[in-house]
Ligand binder design. Structure first.
Ligand SMILES: [Zn+2]
Ligand SMILES: [Zn+2]
Length: 316
């Protein structure tokens, strides 16, 4: 039996295929026939990761564990916003192949699937935002669905490789995309081992293997996840609209702070090709500042800007 067997019939068969796809997600092709109802077998790890956060009750807390959790939030948020979004999805700047690989790997540590899946769905969102075909619109569906329902379905799980042919030509990116779950598992194991080593080598830090795993991986990843997907849910509902885009996207300072600049979502829908999403000097865009720094170091280049005539409000 293979993960690509078409149209599973029995419940056991369906469960087995769903289980295999926890680890090998490369076989999902998009189809109108795929269900957009929640696939509970695939959802188990998602629920399990939330439950694991309750482990803080048993492992306790230490400054080092919270620091590692915060650093991993920041690093992975930047990989998602700067690379999964502004680079892979929109090609708003250029970089080298090793750097592309490096940030695809860090992005995959976020448990938000691989770069091809992420970019394919995001490009689809821009083509159909807040219309019937949009996977995660809080206008056509509920706020909860846009936040964390849509990607838990067979339809949302599949990747449209046609829309990311420019990325799929790199075998290393296809590999990350197919085995995307192995990468965060590697991060979790590393944190567990690090915690065990710190416990014996530096007991004054007051940490442990379990604590580093729960805070560094589970708590950090779940907070990162919910922060990221506010852009699909809240940023299409709450905030101001500078530009009359054909969707319901909003500019929202709080979301911009939480997501390192992605909260300027109405700006972004107005001109998605811009590396910088905060169009005014006061529109804080941490991702852009970090990319600007990387550009100064020669690690990325050709960052695209918004044409002056498109900066004026009320146009689209
Ligand atoms: Zn949007
Ligand atoms: Zn976008």
């Amino acid at each position: 039996m293979s993960a690509s067997s078409p149209e599973p019939t029995s419940v056991l068969h369906r469960a087995w295929i769903a289980f295999l796809r926890w680890f090998d997600t490369g076989t999902d092709a998009p189809s109108e026939q795929l269900s957009d109802r929640i696939d509970w077998v695939r959802v188990i790890p998602f629920i399990g990761m939330h439950m694991a956060c309750l482990g803080v009750i048993w492992v306790g807390v230490s400054p080092i564990a919270v620091t590692v959790a915060a650093l991993l939030y920041a690093l992975r948020m930047f990989a998602i916003t700067g690379f999964y979004h502004r680079y892979f999805s929109h090609k708003s700047f250029r970089t080298s192949r090793p750097m592309q690989f490096c940030f695809a790997l860090i992005g995959a540590m976020s448990v938000q699937r691989g770069p091809l899946w992420w970019a394919a769905h995001h490009r689809h969102h821009h083509r159909h935002s807040d219309q019937d075909k949009d996977f995660h619109s809080p206008v056509t569906r509920s706020l909860l669905w846009s936040h964390m329902g849509w990607f838990l379905t067979p339809k949302g799980f599949a990747t449209d490789f046609e829309s990311v042919r420019d990325l799929a030509k790199y075998p290393e990116l296809r590999w990350i995309d197919r085995f995307d779950t192995l990468i965060p598992i590697g991060l979790a194991v590393s944190l567990f081992l690090l915690g065990g080593w710190l416990e014996s080598a530096h007991p004054q830090l007051g940490t442990s293997a379990g604590q580093m795993l729960i805070w560094g991986f589970f708590v950090s990843t779940i907070v990162l996840f919910h922060a990221t997907v506010t852009i699909n849910s809240l940023a299409h509902r709450f905030g101001s609209r500078r530009f009359a885009t054909r969707d319901n996207s909003r500019n929202n300072l709080w979301l911009a702070l939480l997501t390192f600049g992605e909260g300027w979502h109405n700006n972004h829908h107005h001109f998605p090709g811009s590396t910088r999403q905060g169009f005014r000097w006061w529109e804080v865009d941490l991702t852009f500042y970090l990319l600007w720094l990387m550009a100064r170091l020669g690690l990325v280049w050709d960052m695209k800007t918004v044409p002056a005539q498109l900066r004026r409000p009320g146009q689209d």
